[in-house]
Design a protein around this ligand. Structure first.
Ligand code: PAZ
Length: 365
């Protein structure tokens, strides 16, 4: 019977169907081909040198509300974890492909951008109208400058920006596939804060969503725009923020209806990068569920490591959740402990002696 003959190609599974649907429906970023060419050249160069290479993803992904995007949903991530980790990977000899949210923190320059101090505060006027680093900052700046120059001159670093969630996923899939020949010398370190929800293209307004129906009476506009569905029967009805709350008629509020972004970690692990080492991050705000969610993700996607962190403490503690190992917390001093330590005479970047921590504080590993 024909039915009993095993087919050469197995039927596509649900993950493949979701992938085809998502990537078919959500257009790639306009620079994807250019980024692929740059990434291919970078990967080939380091692969030929037998070097280890890491893809670090960093920063938040936006969720556009309009195709010609005026408004979007965003998240808190500044890219500190990704930019800082990239510096450590370079230090450890990895070539770093840095896939980051446009305008988020970058390795090296992060020390002087987005800071509470303006970078100009690190400078002073020098002799003959020149500009030089302030004496108290020069030593540290020189160290950062040397590391930056060394990475740049040896082509150890390539940065590629993204903006939206679909840009990010298109870039991630393409780069992960390009990294396949590296096998386990290729590491994917997924620190970007990836949106779980998005507006699917078929429900996205082409133009800026309107807050009045004034446009319906414009001579050129015989048809109602899809985004003006919430208009009322009045000829022109505006709502202003001063009298709109709390009794805003439903017809005047903007209701945003988001779909879940498909979970592509399984596709990444099994299809895009089957040999690569994969480290994902898990962010939570509720400490009681963090480890459970991290372990669940590891069991479900069968990759190599999940690093869990809480929004409020992410800068000084994380938990490593790995297959067959007990959970391991890694801690560095909190800002308060650093202040105490520097007023006690220790250097700014020195790890604290655990014995010097105040009672009840976490131990430094
Ligand atoms: O960018 P940042 O340093 O402020 O934050 C880093 C982080 C919390 C986004 C990262 O450590 C992380 O957990 N990323 C994964 C988030 C998630 O999608 O669950």
């Amino acid at each position: 019977m024909l039915d009993s003959i095993p087919s050469e190609t197995p039927p596509p599974n649900l993950h493949d169907l979701a992938e085809d649907h998502y990537f078919g429906a959500n257009p790639p970023p306009k620079d994807l081909e250019k980024h692929i060419a740059l990434a291919r050249e970078f990967i080939d160069f380091h692969s030929a040198a037998g070097r280890r290479l890491v893809l670090v993803t960093s920063g938040g992904t936006t969720v556009p509300l309009e195709k010609q995007t005026v408004r979007f949903i965003d998240n808190f991530s500044a890219g500190t974890r990704g930019a800082t980790s990239a510096e450590y990977f370079l230090e450890a000899g990895y070539a770093v492909l840095f896939l980051h949210r446009q305008f988020s923190l970058l390795p090296f320059s992060r020390h002087y951008s987005h800071a509470t101090d303006c970078f100009l505060d690190f400078l002073r006027e020098g002799p003959n109208g020149s500009v030089v680093a302030r004496d108290e900052d020069a030593g540290r700046m020189l160290q950062v400058l040397r590391k930056y120059r060394s990475a740049r001159d040896r082509h150890m670093f390539l940065d590629l920006p993204f903006v939206s969630i679909s840009d990010y996923l298109h870039e991630l899939r393409s780069i992960a596939r390009l990294m396949q020949p590296l096998g386990p010398r290729g590491l994917l370190y997924l620190a970007a804060a990836v949106s779980d929800f998005f507006v699917p293209p078929e429900r996205m307004s082409e133009h800026k969503i309107q807050s009045t129906n004034a446009v319906d009476s414009a001579p050129s506009n015989s048809k109602k725009s899809p985004s003006s569905d919430k208009g009322s029967d009045n000829e022109e009805e505006t709502f202003d923020n001063f009298d709109s709350s709390p009794a805003v008629p439903r017809s005047k509020s903007l209701v945003v209806d988001l779909d879940p972004v498909p979970k592509f970690l399984k596709n990444l692990v099994e299809g895009w990068s089957p040999q690569g080492m994969i480290v994902s991050f898990k962010l939570e705000t509720d400490p009681t569920i963090l480890v459970h969610k991290a372990r669940y993700s590891l069991d479900r996607y069968q990759h190599h490591l999940v690093i869990g962190n809480l929004l409020s403490t992410r800068k000084w503690e994380v938990v490593f959740v790995a297959p067959g190992s007990p959970d391991r917390w890694i801690r560095v001093p909190t800002p308060q402990q650093r202040r105490m330590s520097s007023s006690a005479g220790a250097g700014f970047d020195q790890p604290l002696d655990p014995k010097s921590l105040p009672e009840g504080e976490p131990e430094v590993e």
